[in-house]
Design a protein around this ligand. Structure first.
Ligand SMILES: Cc1cc2nc3c(=O)[nH]c(=O)nc-3n(C[C@H](O)[C@H](O)[C@H](O)COP(=O)(O)OP(=O)(O)OC[C@H]3O[C@@H](n4cnc5c(N)ncnc54)[C@H](O)[C@@H]3O)c2cc1C
Length: 440
């Protein structure tokens, strides 16, 4: 489940070609007269921005073939960043056209064409709303689940109005084949949304899981054990994650991503370890054994190399240990002998999730653990501080030809410091695997 540079280059190239496709189509076949650089540029931005908006449905579609290679987490991060680029491109489209020729203001004039003006004003509003609610969702107090529904509806509306606008203006798509491509592409985007939101839950409905154990862990966390009910269950690779729905229906909006914390070699059950953090997770400890659950997955490319040729360095903060715990448990079950160094940061001794299990794993693996506490008790004789470059620096086996894979998972602040520090210290980007728990 790991991607090579070649695969990454292939997907990036495919993305660029698909994003630019509307411009190639516009300039294929019979091409109308060009109208000056700025107008052509503004039109091209609109075409590309809209295509990028449509491609967002692929990025969020949880397609295992793509997500399995690139990692759903990386794709969602890309979706977020590229969404901003698409936002500016689409907004720049009318701005540049109007600045280049004020006659284009007529598109927004209700006296000229009321439905058209209404639709275009609404689409600009939708675009702004989509971006503002995404960037400042938490500050605006919008619950994640409602934001997700609204996000999809707004995106669909923008793509739909955008395509109708292109067909109506018809300057570059007057030929039937060009119109057919736009209609088919819109249909495909909608089909992807229906696949993710309707067909997948329907498929999941025949693959329920039963909660067989709810175990309290250190640091306000709970481990839930799920056993497949009437089906073989899913197989995952250590470090991957799944989307969990608790309850009788897989159609719930309350669907949350959690890393598998159990060994991938354990096939009869799956364990997820969940920290109490918000609306959904705060009540996770009250889950009744025997309840029904649905798990969609596996996803993610935060996975160690299967062949034990190189060692690993894992840097975890708090609940960020969960995917790493799965790696350690799996490697122990596989009697893997590669050297592993774990630098694990928490606030207090009682926050060290899986402490006893980690200590026990030392006898089954070539494992060194460096615990770091930011608020230790007086009797703590370990390392004190946060996972900053000064603290972790001396424990990184960098240099002397000891090339290792680096796995980093923890709070945003830690990730933002540790990832650039590793590259600064000369660790190649291709050897750094990062898992961010905060998607939006
Ligand atoms: C790839 C991945 C793996 C994760 N693995 C673990 C794990 O092993 N253990 C663990 O405790 N946590 C894990 N998380 C984080 C976990 O998904 C969130 O803590 C949880 O969804 C918070 O939900 P809430 O309603 O309790 O909190 P809220 O207070 O509502 O949300 C806190 C934050 O969590 C995120 N979030 C909330 N709801 C969702 C959702 N439905 N889908 C996606 N993100 C959401 C948002 O960024 C939000 O700002 C993981 C997250 C990701 C992306």
């Amino acid at each position: 489940m790991r991607y090579t540079r070649g695969q990454a280059a292939f997907w990036i190239l495919s993305y660029l070609v698909l994003a630019a496709l509307p411009v190639f189509i516009a300039y294929a076949g019979s091409v109308p007269d060009a109208r000056g650089f700025w107008i052509e540029f503004g039109v091209a931005l609109g075409f590309i921005g809209l295509a990028m908006m449509g491609l967002q449905f692929i990025l969020t579609g949880r397609f295992s073939r793509i997500a399995g290679t690139l990692g759903l987490d990386s794709m969602l991060q890309f979706h977020r960043q590229i969404g901003l680029v698409a936002f500016f491109m689409i907004l720049a489209h009318p701005v540049i056209l109007i600045l280049a020729d004020s006659q284009y203001l007529a598109f927004f004039d209700p006296r000229e064409n009321l439905p058209r003006a209404f639709a275009l004003v609404a689409v600009v509003g939708a675009l702004v709303l989509l971006t503002v609610t995404t960037l400042w969702r938490t500050a605006l107090g919008i619950p994640y689940e409602w934001w997700r529904v609204g996000h999809g509806v707004l995106a669909l509306f923008i793509v739909f109005v955008g395509v109708v606008h292109i067909l109506q203006v018809s300057y570059y798509v007057s030929e039937l084949w060009k119109q057919a491509i736009w209609v088919l592409a819109t249909g495909a985007a909608m089909a992807m949304l229906i696949n993710t939101r309707v067909i997948r839950p329907w498929q999941m409905s025949s693959r329920p899981y039963r909660v067989t154990e709810v175990r309290e862990e250190w640091g306000g966390s709970w481990t839930l054990r799920f056993e497949p009910d009437g089906h073989p269950g899913l197989r995952f690779e250590p470090g991957q994650f799944g989307w969990l729905v608790l309850g009788e229906s897989p159609w719930s909006l309350n669907q949350h991503p959690f890393s598998f914390s159990s060994s991938a070699e354990q096939t009869d059950a799956i364990e997820l370890t969940i920290k109490e953090l918000g609306d959904f997770t705060n009540t996770i400890g009250q889950t009744e054994p025997g309840s029904t659950a649905f798990i969609e997955g596996p996803f993610g490319a935060f996975v160690p190399d299967e062949s034990p040729t190189r060692g690993m360095v894992c840097i975890a903060g708090g609940v960020g240990i969960t995917p790493i715990m799965s790696m350690l448990r799996t490697l122990a079950d596989r009697s893997d002998e590669r050297p592993i160094r774990l630098i694990y940061g928490n606030a207090t001794r009682n926050d060290i999730l899986f402490y006893e299990d980690l200590e026990a794993l030392k006898s089954r693996l070539n494992l060194t653990i460096i615990y770091v506490l930011s608020r230790p008790d007086e009797d703590w004789d370990g390392i004190e501080g946060r996972l900053t470059p000064e603290v972790i620096g001396p424990y990184l086996p960098i240099g002397s030809g000891d090339s290792r894979e680096y796995f980093v998972c923890g709070p945003e602040g830690m990730m933002d410091v540790v990832e650039p520090y590793l590259t600064e210290r000369g660790v190649p980007l291709s050897d750094i695997y990062a898992e961010r728990f905060q998607i939006v």
